[in-house]
Design a protein around this ligand. Sequence first.
Ligand code: SAH
Length: 238
Amino acid sequence: MTFAATVLTLMPEMFPGTLGASLAGEALAKGTWSLAVKDIRDHGRGKHRAVDDTPAGGGPGMVIRADVLAEAIDAVVMPDDPRPRFLLSPRGRVFDQALARELAGGPGAVFICGRFEGVDERVIAARGLTELSIGDYVLSGGELAAQVVLDAVIRLLPGVMGGAGSDLEESHEDGLLEYPHYTRPRTFEGQDIPAVLTSGNHGEIARWRRAEAEKLTKARRPDLLSRKSQPRKNPLEG
Ligand code: SAH
């Protein structure tokens, strides 16, 4: 099954962008996922195809018009389309690995990239959009955010990553940050690889890695440990 991504943007030239290279690019070429890019400006108003206007009530910046965006969505997303529709937005729920997994198991997703001050609030409910953030900072547009989300999802699609199971040990997969890695040379500027890793004792190695992952998570992200014990809601439900 092909994971179908549809992106609505005012900057279509930004796609596939980073997703055209490396693992995601190869998977796109193979048909593991597909990408449809829709230029919101196709539905702009007047000679200059205006898509935005000044905010009601005053204030800085411009706002993408509800009618323009709704028409652009309706042109590429049919009402019975089963895919979740995301509006990239710093106000949204924060994207995480659980949602990446959930999306990777589904038919695809629609991503609407904001620009300027954002979009007219009315289109969000009218088209059933879920606001999705990639973190607590403000980007100039949703395009990079959509690519971040897609990158995290695509690498989980069957056949995209080489090493079987390597994706399951990753940071955030089990609520822990990943243990440290080492490779050649055995000694680097006076530092040796921890002896247990060259011992050949797989049980010991697994225990050491688990302990290191817990130590690192406790030191850097104690919030992940407390979150782990709480049962998780379906990330697509509010
Ligand atoms: N005025 C808005 C920010 C607009 S930034 C506010 O304060 O909430 C312009 C666009 O960039 C947004 O519409 C959104 O699509 C995108 N964007 C900015 N920061 C983002 C983030 N952290 N995650 C996802 N999208 C973001």
